[in-house]
Design a protein around this ligand. Structure first.
Ligand code: ADP
Ligand code: MG
Length: 240
């Protein structure tokens, strides 16, 4: 589904990603853990071209994002993203937040998009909130709407950047439950998270990113129970 080869990203003088190569299979759930500032968000943002790598190549379903003539918009639509701070449109109702992109990009008619929005809202437990504005929702509800909004574009991959970090503790479970259900439905997912219990339970694979490279990767059992790299061990000893 996704292949990246030797991705580098430099901001000014600072090389933030120093050569990341990785493949993510269809249906795979990959969690990314690592210290703050290590390049996790930058890596995710490269995967849907919110950032352009300074070097290296990204393939989505075998198609290069950087090939001359690449249909970047079509490729980007295959990749849904959920951010730490929800990024809902405050002036639109919940339903309109969800229908905006599929209608604007001609993926669905207005009425099909509305039906789809209600269906997705039911899936995240918020079908009764279709006509309210985001300001009336809790953080956990906003994040579930953001997930529904991303799914409305029928992406092939979902990227999550610390989706529960901005939430009050009692809201975290509902959002993780929605993500777990998505994983069980076979969605390909890449999740930057500090929820180690969740990562261990849901992931097929865990990547430990530090200082702009993948320092260690493996099954959740390998990474959490028997990490081999000293930096992984040190990081986990602080967060577990
Ligand atoms: P993480 O998500 O692991 O905390 P980030 O990918 O957000 O790390 O950031 C990695 C480094 O890149 C940080 O030092 C950050 O300040 C820097 N950085 C990220 N985005 C930009 C940007 N747009 N311009 C300059 N520096 C950036
Ligand atoms: Mg980040």
């Amino acid at each position: 589904m996704i292949k990246v080869t030797d991705i580098h990203k430099t901001f000014g003088q600072t090389e933030v990603l120093k050569g990341i190569s990785e493949s993510i299979a269809t249906g795979e759930v990959v969690s990314i853990i690592g210290p703050s500032g290590s390049g996790k968000s930058t890596f995710l943002r490269c995967l849907n071209l919110l950032e352009t790598p300074t070097q290296g190549e990204i393939f989505i379903e075998g198609e290069s994002l950087s090939a001359p003539g690449a249909c970047v918009d079509a490729l980007r639509q295959k990749v849904g993203m959920v951010f730490q701070n929800f990024n809902l449109f405050p002036h639109l109702t919940v339903a309109d937040n969800i229908t905006l992109a599929p209608v604007k990009l001609g993926k669905l008619s207005a009425s099909d998009a509305k039906d789809k929005a209600i269906e997705l809202l039911a899936m995240v437990g918020l079908d009764h909130k279709a006509d309210v504005y985001p300001s009336s929702l809790s953080g956990g509800q906003k994040q579930r709407v953001a997930i529904a909004r991303a799914l409305a574009m029928q992406p092939k991959v979902m990227l999550f950047d610390e989706p529960t970090s901005a939430l009050d503790p009692e809201m975290v479970g509902d959002v993780l439950d929605v993500m777990k259900a998505l994983a069980e439905q076979g969605m390909t997912m890449v999740i930057v998270t500090h929820e180690m219990g969740f990562a261990k339970e849901v992931s097929d694979r865990v990547l430990f990113i530090d200082q702009g490279i993948i320092m260690e990767s493996g099954t959740p059992e390998q990474i959490f129970d028997a990490p081999t790299h000293p930096r992984t061990q040190s990081f986990l000893s602080k967060v577990l």
